[in-house]
Design a protein around this ligand. Structure first.
Ligand SMILES: C[S@@+](CC[C@H](N)C(=O)[O-])C[C@H]1O[C@@H](n2cnc3c(N)ncnc32)[C@H](O)[C@@H]1O
Length: 316
């Protein structure tokens, strides 16, 4: 199967600014559906549609409903996948996938989440996600929401900032950084990414080679600005229940707290199905070398059970 998958994927050209991670593994997880008629796919984190494109190549008969809360993803999809959008083979709902439940979506064979931010979001300085680029302290995936990283840094109490960095950044002792933030913002509000990153670097210093001291602070802020863990925790159970019997849900996470949520929800959904892989799937050494984003990626697969009577009538 893996050679077949490689042959299938080799001719596809993906968006130059985002390399999809664990592509072979995602296609492999859905391989059994490739010849199924009336195939229905849901993707809650469309991005540049890299995984969608590969799955559409695997199963051209597939119909897709996809979501992304970033307007840029919508503009990209309308241009890049114009024919599929016009033919209604690709329906784009420009919303947070937390709206999955109120969008009356159901009966999917294949469901997919590739969480976090896309490379274009990370690389564009004006989105404020990265401390390597000078930009506004923004970090919103949905640019229509009001809460930004700037708001949190300049208005939250010292106690709340400490909890934020401990709970979401898993930073054991953020006290000195938080004290410095609260002290400095009295004179001048923080507005730019590198003002904050510079302060963290000054207070913490570089402890681990190649690992910027601001990494976990920025990650924590991003998770809170976008309510990423809460949305995942609240929506994943509904997604599981929207699989048809025998259908599969594949989730890629980039953060240990996210992976824990996925692992626990999959484990606790016995009544609906079971986790397919006991051990989490990670990128090959080769992929980790060519695509650094894949280094922290973890993939889990859930399959909905087929009841005996359904097993007989379920089309294969
Ligand atoms: C890692 S990228 C997905 C990349 C995509 N699989 C590809 O190959 O092009 C994540 C995307 O999901 C979107 N996203 C993240 N969390 C979301 C949420 N809760 N609701 C909707 N979109 C979300 C981001 O805006 C981003 O475009």
């Amino acid at each position: 199967m893996s050679q077949e998958i490689q042959d299938l994927l080799a001719p596809i050209s993906f968006s130059q600014d985002h390399q999809p991670v664990l592509l072979n593994e995602v296609v492999g997880a859905f391989w059994g559906f490739r010849e199924k008629q009336n195939l229905r796919y849901f993707d809650g984190t469309f991005g540049r549609g890299g995984h969608y494109k590969a799955l559409k190549k695997m199963a051209p008969q597939m119909n897709a409903v996809v979501m992304d809360q970033d307007q840029e993803a919508l503009s990209y999809a309308e241009k890049e996948f114009m024919t599929e959008v016009q033919n209604k083979e690709l329906i784009f709902i420009p919303k947070n996938f937390s709206h999955f439940t109120d969008s009356n979506l159901n009966l999917f064979d294949m469901m997919f989440l590739d969480l976090g931010v896309s490379s274009p979001q990370l690389d564009k300085s004006d989105r404020g996600f990265s401390f390597y680029h000078q930009g506004p302290l923004d970090m919103r995936m949905n640019q229509q929401q009001t809460m930004t990283a700037e708001y949190i840094i300049n208005t939250w109490s010292e106690k709340d900032l400490v909890s934020l960095f401990q709970d979401y950044g898993e930073i054991y002792s953020p006290f000195r950084v938080v004290r410095a933030i609260v002290h400095d913002r009295k004179t001048k509000a923080f507005t730019m990414t590198q003002e904050l990153a510079g302060l963290i670097e000054r207070v913490e210093g570089w402890r681990k080679k190649g690992f910027h001291p601001a990494t976990q602070f920025f990650m924590a802020l991003r998770l809170v600005v976008n309510q990423e863990l809460e949305v995942l925790r609240d929506t994943l159970p509904a997604m599981i229940q929207s699989l048809i019997p025998g259908g599969r849900l594949v989730v890629i996470t980039f953060h240990s707290l996210e992976d824990r949520i996925v692992k626990n929800i999959f484990r606790d959904s016995k009544e609906w199905g079971y986790p397919v892989n006991k051990k989490v799937i990670i990128a090959s050494d080769e992929e980790q070398k060519t695509n650094p984003r894949s280094r922290s990626a973890k993939l889990r697969i859930f399959e909905r059970i087929v009841q005996d009577e359904q097993r007989e009538s379920f089309p294969t």
